[in-house]
Design a binder for this molecule. Structure first.
Ligand code: F6R
Length: 636
């Protein structure tokens, strides 16, 4: 999500890259545009740049792809400059328009700011700034941050404070909540870029007589391989000669210098060999970002985007979740949670089946359409049909500005960032997270749960990014098993309750990535047919529920494991940490951190994704672009 580049150089900078030596700094615009091009893979829907010239700050920005910004720059060129910032925006607050694109200007046009992330307390700050008479022209939280920085800067500068821009950035950051990377330039400081980061990426690139900033090293990889990793809550000021790092209170801090040995293509994948591996590893962030900014200061859920009249949401008597593929499995997880928390009957239907069976939907039905791309034709047509019948539609979507949210009554965006690999991973976890938020919101609104009960689930949810990271950090055993099993002809997956959709998702990932026959079953269904498939050596992956949840759930699945083992199956069990109940009669057990049963899919899915990805890689397949598949299925 969002690409950020910053540059400052002096006229006589020497840069040696790929054998090419230049006398004189790169122009800021060239560096920034090249960086933005390299960061395109992060996904974006508008782009902009600002440079410092002898006359002050000049900026150009355009909705759409970089090509639009390039033609704008051809029509209305910027003068040569040695200080500049650039941004590709993935819309969150406010649609992808020219106006909402970054940079945003403040302090009477003398300051330009770009931002990645979400300022959680922007509404409160906005009210404060409006009261002071500040005029805001966009719908973004970024403009609020720019105005805040501008107003602090003005006060410091008028008081004659030296070094006012870094100081103003420190003071602004002390007021901001949420996740952000901010970069600012000011006409009073012509050879300086100030940046800040909290829970959002930023790295420094070191040159000779020039320095760089980027969301990741691909933002400057064409110019330098020397980089500095920053810590949490740090401010960095770059000039052509210096890089100064402090914390948000001005105390000196240090970054870790490293050498970038990736090539440019690898840099876009964050050093991972594939986008899929990167996206699997992005999941703590995808879940964390989706949770961000959804509660007010009192801990109440505030789903701002959910603009359906509360009285309508209170009177809903049925929920229908519509989606396809992986998104439909997220929908199945949602059903368990929503029915449990809200006591509203919830059906999950594949979008393409829904439309053709004369479904019963009316004004009292709430349709939840889940789509990563927001462009899946089957789901779009189902949404149109449901709205024609009078139902209200909430989209859960990862792609701002796409068609399904546009045609729905409300949208809850997942903030997983762009998913490039064709098969879905991080979007799945983000969809489940958003569905939990929707369920909790409805429970809050309809009074099904007390505030402290909701707060407890939210607090469990906020622990998820760390727990997912723990699984990612301890995945060697899963990876080794996947490599050892690369000759498997068929793998079965079993789960019960929320483990059932997880089993189906595990099977789908293996089919898609490794082209191995795989099926997911409800464990209870085994004896009704699928057990006939079990023969000597048949691998079966079992998602075992927590023994701390409903005990019948756990013990029933343990019995299922014994039944298939007795018939020769090789069992691979995903169990909760501390659960040793199957240790003696399973070939492989992978543990995931303890968590309440309903939230477990955010954890139990992860080893299954890693398993499929590693097995497919061992077979030499392209995990990013499996055969016959497309990322957006825009035909029925
Ligand atoms: C599987 C996968 C697909 C999508 C499905 C729906 O890995 O990615 O099954 O989940 O095509 O796509 P969206 O969510 O874009 O509507």
């Amino acid at each position: 999500m969002c690409g950020i580049v910053g540059y400052v150089g002096r006229e006589r900078a020497q840069t040696v890259m790929a054998g090419e030596e230049t006398n004189g700094a790169h122009g800021a615009l060239d560096v920034v545009m090249e960086g933005l091009r390299r960061l395109e893979y992060r996904g974006y829907d508008s782009a902009g740049v600002a440079v410092l010239t002898g006359d002050g700050v000049e900026s150009r920005k355009k909705a759409g792809k970089l090509a639009n910004l390039i033609s704008e720059l051809e029509t209305d060129p910027l003068p040569r400059s040695l200080t500049g910032i650039g941004h590709t925006r993935w819309a969150t607050h406010g649609g992808p328009t020219d106006q909402n694109a970054h940079p945003h200007l403040a302090d009477g046009g003398r300051l330009a700011l770009i931002h990645n992330g979400i300022i959680e307390n922007f509404a409160e700050l906005k009210a404060e700034l409006l009261e002071q008479g500040v005029v805001l022209i966009s719908d973004t939280d970024t403009e609020v941050a720019a105005a805040l920085l501008g107003s602090i800067y003005r006060t410091l500068s008028e008081a004659g404070t030296p070094n006012a821009l870094p100081l103003a950035m420190q003071q602004a950051c002390q007021r901001l909540e949420g996740a952000f990377t901010l970069l600012a330039i000011h006409q009073d400081s012509p050879d300086l870029v100030v940046a800040a980061r909290r829970n959002s990426p930023l790295v420094v690139g070191l040159g000779d007589g020039e320095n760089f900033l980027g969301s990741d090293v691909s933002g400057f990889i064409d110019f330098t391989r020397r980089a500095v990793e920053l810590g949490q809550d740090q401010i960095v000021t770059i000039t052509p000669e210096d890089v100064t790092i402090t914390d948000f209170h001005g105390a000196p801090a240090e970054g870790r210098e490293f050498h970038v040995d990736w090539d440019a293509a690898a840099a876009e994948k964050g050093g991972y060999p594939s986008f899929m591996e990167k996206e699997i590893n992005d999941q703590p962030d995808a879940v964390g970002q989706t949770l961000l900014g959804r509660t007010d200061l009192k801990g109440n859920l505030i789903l701002d985007e959910l603009r359906i009249d509360e009285s309508i949401l209170r009177s809903v008597d049925k929920i229908v979740v519509l989606a396809c593929g992986t998104s439909a499995y997220a929908g199945q997880v949602a059903k368990y949670a929503i029915e449990h928390w809200c006591r509203i009957p919830t059906e999950v239907e594949l979008s393409h089946e829904f439309r053709y069976r004369d479904p019963i939907v009316n004004e009292k039905t709430l349709v939840v359409a889940i789509s990563q791309s927001g462009e899946t034709m089957d789901t779009l047509m189902a949404v149109r049909y449901a709205r024609e019948q009078g139902a209200k539609v909430v989209a859960i979507c990862n792609t701002n500005g796409s068609t399904i949210p546009r045609e729905s009554d409300a949208v809850l965006y997942t903030h997983a960032g762009p998913e490039i690999a064709v098969a879905s991973t991080k979007a799945f976890l983000a969809q489940i997270t958003a569905a939990y938020l929707l369920g909790l919101y409805l429970a809050q609104l309809r009074g099904n749960k007390y505030r402290d009960e909701i707060a407890e689930v939210l607090s469990d949810l906020h622990e998820m990014p760390e727990k997912i990271q723990h699984i990612l950090d301890n995945a060697d055993h899963v990876k080794k098993l996947a490599r050892d099993m690369s000759d498997a002809k068929s793998v079965l997956f079993l789960g019960r309750h929320v483990g059932f959709p997880v089993a189906m998702e595990g099977a789908l990932k293996l089919k898609e990535l490794a082209y191995i026959h795989a099926e997911g079953f409800a464990a209870g269904e085994l004896k009704h047919g699928p057990i006939a498939l079990i023969e000597d050596g048949q691998p079966v992956v079992v998602v075992l529920p927590s023994p701390r949840g409903r005990d019948s759930l756990h013990s029933k699945v343990v019995s299922n494991i014994q039944e298939i083992r007795a018939r020769g199956a090789i069992t691979i069990v995903i169990a909760e940490e501390g659960d040793e109940s199957v240790a003696d009669f399973s070939e492989h057990v992978f543990h995931v951190p303890q968590t309440p049963t309903l939230l477990a899919p955010l954890l139990t899915t992860v080893p299954l994704q890693i398993f499929a990805c590693e097995l497919a890689t061992a077979k030499g397949y392209d995990v990013d672009q499996p055969r016959n598949l497309a990322k957006s299925v825009t035909v029925e």
